[in-house]
Every structure is written in C-alpha cells, then in structure tokens.
Design a protein. Structure first.
Length: 143
C-alpha cells in the first residue's frame, strides 16, 4: 500500500501524540500538544503526516520565518517523528520532501534545522537529505 502524505488535521493529534510518546518513552506534556495544534491550518506554520492504510506512521512540523535571523525568508524544519517500528523505511525522508515542497511553493529557498551535536542518527539523516552546517551559531541562556 502506498504512503499517503497530507496536511495534519485536528483528527491526527491523538496519533501524533502516541508516536511522540513512543519516540521519547515519556508522556507527552500538554504544552507540547498545544504547540502541535498551533501548526494546523496556519499560513506560516506547516504540519504533515504520513499514513499507510489509514494508520499514521509519522509527522513533520515546519515554519516560515520572515526577516528572522538575518534572512529575508527562510523555512525551518522544526520536528520530525516516525513510528519507531517504521524508522529507516523512508517515512521520514518522504515527510521532509512534503515539507520542502510546501516551503518551495511559498517562495522559500533556504531551509534550516537544528540538531544536537551528539545525535549521530539525526545528523546522518539530515546529511543524507543534503543539509550542511549553516552560518548560524546556536546560543543558550539559562534562566
């Protein structure tokens, strides 16, 4: 059965929450769910799911920033999650291509993401997709 990629809807929130909990092995906090809901049916925030046979196998969140971080118009891959049993099967890469296509349709030519330096699997995933180091340096302020 072919993989179906489509915009996320309110009806998908429960399945995305289930996948996120399986990935993190922790309950998903309400603020995370609130953030997720803020990506549905928005112009500058994007969310897609991948499903097969009616079952959601993964999700991706992105955002368009205008004038952010010294760029005129940029796209940001914020979060990608795949059902652990389906990791490595191409679901994540398919979701990334869906997001990239939507960003390109909106005029975005540069796409960014962030990943922990010690997350070898995610670094390899993003390198395989064509990502490389950017001119940005991540800074942190603990309060």
């Amino acid at each position: 059965m072919p993989l179906n990629l489509r915009p996320m809807t309110q009806d998908d929130l429960g399945e995305v929450q289930r996948i996120q909990a399986r990935i993190t092995r922790q309950p998903v906090p309400q603020p995370w769910m609130d953030m997720l809901a803020e990506h549905i049916d928005k112009i500058y925030r994007l969310a897609f799911v991948a499903e097969e046979g009616g079952a959601v196998l993964g999700f991706i969140l992105g955002e368009i920033k205008i004038g952010g971080f010294g760029t005129e118009l940029s796209g940001w891959l914020e979060l990608v999650g795949v059902e652990p049993d389906n990791m490595g099967s191409g679901v994540g890469a398919s979701l990334v291509e869906a997001l990239f296509g939507a960003l390109r349709e909106r005029g975005v030519q540069e796409i960014y993401t962030a990943v922990r330096w010690d997350s070898g699997d995610m670094l390899a995933f993003f390198k395989k997709l064509g990502f490389d180091q950017s001119a940005f340096i991540n800074l942190r302020l603990k309060t």
